[in-house]
Ligand binder design. Structure first.
Ligand SMILES: Nc1ncnc2c1ncn2[C@@H]1O[C@H](COP(=O)(O)OP(=O)(O)OP(=O)(O)O)[C@@H](O)[C@H]1O
Ligand SMILES: [Mg+2]
Length: 183
């Protein structure tokens, strides 16, 4: 059964979608994993765009709202890399357990399912937290982002979804950045 991994952050624009897209590409192309990428940023999705998909029928919202089975929303970008896009009309989802239910239908078909989450704490991100076996939190090395990162970690812990790692993105070596101290 494929592992479901959520890529989360509570701050917008830190690089969740870029990390999900790049991880999906690398794991499928370089490591031969069969990967499904799922756009769970229901309010402002753009994962499909990273793969040149602009005009598509069948979105994650269609599956969540029972308009079509999840299998029908899967776009086969490459043999080992499939994508479920989200509607750019930003349809809201209120049942946060539905994503987990939908992914259960296809878990057996993939080695890994990567979910690109929304930064919306009181809504969409819960779908990702509930659906994921484990989470990676994306952050950049500045105080404002790190303060929300700590909050994301706390929320994930409250929901008992294990955090497997932190992805430090946008490191530029600027003076305002915090540095990593290793003993
Ligand atoms: N390491 C990086 N270096 C330079 N630019 C980056 C890097 N990672 C992401 N970006 C750019 O930052 C912007 C935001 O990235 P991205 O869309 O991946 O963030 P996000 O966390 O998914 O945003 P949102 O919260 O809106 O979903 C994009 O323009 C992306 O190309
Ligand atoms: Mg995004």
């Amino acid at each position: 059964m494929g592992k479901v991994i959520g890529i989360i952050a509570l701050k917008g624009g830190v690089g969740k979608t870029s990390c999900a897209a790049n991880l999906g590409s690398a794991l499928s192309h370089e490591f031969g994993q069969k990967v499904l990428l799922v756009d769970a940023n229901f309010s402002a999705p753009n994962l499909a765009m990273h793969f040149g998909l602009f005009d598509y029928e069948g979105t994650i919202q269609d599956a969540l709202m029972r308009k079509m089975p999840l299998q029908k929303t899967i776009h086969k970008y490459a043999t080992n890399l499939h994508i479920v896009p989200a509607s750019v009309e930003g349809k809201q989802i209120t049942d946060h357990y539905r994503l987990k239910e939908c992914l259960a239908q296809v878990r057996d078909l993939y080695d890994l399912i990567l979910i690109d989450a929304s930064p919306n704490l009181h809504g969409d991100i819960l779908s990702t937290m509930i659906a994921s076996d484990e989470l990676y939190v994306v952050t950049s090395p500045d105080y404002p982002t790190l303060s929300t990162t700590i909050r994301a970690v706390k929320v994930a812990k409250q929901r008992n979804t294990p955090i497997k790692g932190l992805i430090l993105n946008k490191v530029r070596g600027k003076r305002f950045e915090l540095i990593l101290l290793l003993n």
